[in-house]
Design a protein around this ligand. Structure first.
Ligand code: GDG
Length: 473
């Protein structure tokens, strides 16, 4: 028996170096958590995803891949992959599910490619599936998958988890009817459907009732072939990894460098992929309001803004980059001077040690998405503060705000409120910083990513095993 995890990206990278080929396993939270579950439950793990590497390169080198789980890459033809990933998944589903209906660029070809890609990935899963396996499908790229797998393997245990918000019916019905039906019927092939919050689970349940007319009892739907449970499973982080990194000698060295560089200033920090959902321009405008409302902070604060390149082929992302860079230039030009740069910006990722050094140097983390499924950066900032110093200023539009109850919550559109909370955070007493962080750390230590994965997978098994219809098949 094994766990088959399906996600768009595979948790490996394969790179040709001078005279050899290097295959590295990702240390991301999801991979670590599923792997840990598979080891504890003594089940093997196989990961299915879309290859971002050359097939020949993989075939020639896969025997050198010494890992604790198997990889099953799916190769999609370039044009199909583009239409599936950029055109439909990221320019229709991502924008709509984050409440940006005006950003949708729906095309027939995009939807056809989405269906085709779901069929190809389902074929791969079906070809490796064996009775007793659990299939865990991740995210909006694969909403058609569960139904296709169930048609071939009616007794399969299937879980689906959505990493982004699920919108209310008024937003969802913006999609053409055939698209909506495909997505909903597709996901309902699962035994368990998980969201980050109950709000998302309720939106989904209402859409199912309205569109497919299925009644439910306590979020449990009875279908002819199987039962489907809908629930809230807030994702989390590897708490100990982030917490203990504080003392890592390289982190200590990097932190000292940062603190030394800005020794006479308070540091505000944020890190995101470049995405219009992350509210980066709002954040900058709010920082400007903060500097105007509290001019005493000028030259005494710096905003370290790390933005990671993402989805650069999509027009909306390129436009957003320009908008952000213009805003930074405007603020630095207007308020900065030869001694002080108000916003220090980099459009490049940082490695893990540097990320922790930045988290643990920052007097405040400013996280202001206009809509976000969860937001792991907020949880990572809290976990990394072993020194119990710092303030988390967090948008109420992030799923994380529901759990991180001692954060300073903000509305991402209310610049005056953000300015006020930033000022509050930067002047908070050490006792209050410690009290708030301790409270949130206690919560995160208990609700880490390992618990998330095991709660979800155990419940998938349980729903399936109690389902006499599926078991009898
Ligand atoms: C989606 C949903 C949901 C970022 N820059 C660097 C870096 N990161 C890491 C962070 C964090 C992750 O990337 C970003 O996670 P988020 O949760 O903030 O955002 P999305 O990528 O949009 O993820 C989101 C998530 O899925 C999980 O379900 O929470 O709502 O949108 O882990 O640390 N890591 C390093 N350098 C960087 O420059 N090392």
């Amino acid at each position: 028996m094994k766990i088959i995890t399906v996600s768009y990206r595979l948790p490996v990278s394969i790179k040709r170096q001078k005279d050899n080929v290097k295959i590295t396993q990702s240390a991301g939270g999801l991979a670590t958590a599923v792997l840990s579950y598979s080891e504890k439950s003594q089940k093997n793990l196989t990961w299915v995803g879309v290859a971002d590497f050359d097939q020949q390169l993989w075939e020639e080198n896969k025997n050198n891949y010494d890992s604790n789980f198997d990889i099953e890459p799916v190769y999609l033809e370039r044009r199909l992959n583009r239409n599936f990933y950029n055109v439909f998944s990221n320019s229709v589903l991502w924008s709509l599910f984050h409440y940006f209906p005006s950003f949708i660029e729906y095309t027939h070809d995009g939807f056809e490619a989405y269906k085709a890609a779901n069929e190809i990935v389902a074929d791969k899963v079906n070809s490796i599936y064996e009775p007793g396996d659990i299939v865990w499908i991740h995210d909006y790229h694969f909403m058609g998958l569960a139904k296709i797998i169930r048609e071939k393997h009616p007794q399969a245990k299937i879980g689906f988890f959505l990493h982004i918000p699920f919108p209310n019916f008024e937003i969802f019905r913006v999609l053409p009817n055939k698209v909506r039906r495909y997505l909903m019927e597709g996901v309902m092939g699962s035994n368990l459907i998980g969201f980050h919050t109950w709000e998302n689970a309720i939106h989904f349940t209402e859409c199912i009732e309205k569109m497919l007319g299925f009644p439910h009892k306590n979020f449990l739907f009875s279908q002819d072939t199987h039962r489907t449970k809908v629930g809230s499973f807030p994702i989390s982080i590897d708490f100990d990894k982030f917490h203990n990194a504080y003392d890592n000698p390289n982190v200590v060295k990097l932190r000292n460098e940062i603190k030394d560089l800005y020794k006479d200033k308070k540091i505000i920090f944020s890190v995101d992929r470049l995405d219009y959902t992350k509210g980066i321009t709002n954040r900058l405008n709010a920082y400007e309001t903060f500097l105007n409302t509290y001019p005493e902070w000028r030259e005494k604060v710096v905003f370290l803004l790390v933005i990671v390149p993402s989805r650069e082929e999509i027009t909306k992302y390129g436009e957003r980059k320009k908008m952000i860079e213009l805003t930074i230039a405007r603020i630095n030009g207007k308020l900065g001077n030869y001694k002080w740069t108000p916003v220090v910006y980099q459009y490049q990722s940082v490695d893990f040690d540097r990320l922790i050094a930045l988290y643990t140097s920052a007097d405040a983390a400013l996280i202001s998405p206009v809509r976000d499924g969860m937001n792991l950066v907020a949880k990572e900032y809290v976990a990394s503060r072993k020194d119990l110093r710092g303030a988390l200023v967090l948008s109420v539009m992030a799923g994380a705000a529901k759990e991180l109850q001692e954060s300073l919550t903000i509305n991402p559109h209310d610049f005056e409120q953000i300015a006020l909370k930033l000022n509050y955070g930067l002047t908070m007493s050490e006792e209050e910083q410690a009290r708030r962080l301790e409270h949130m750390q206690r919560y995160l230590k208990k609700h880490d990513v390992f618990r998330w994965a095991s709660d979800f997978l155990n419940e998938t098994e349980e729903i399936h095993n109690k389902d006499t219809k599926a078991v009898a098949l």
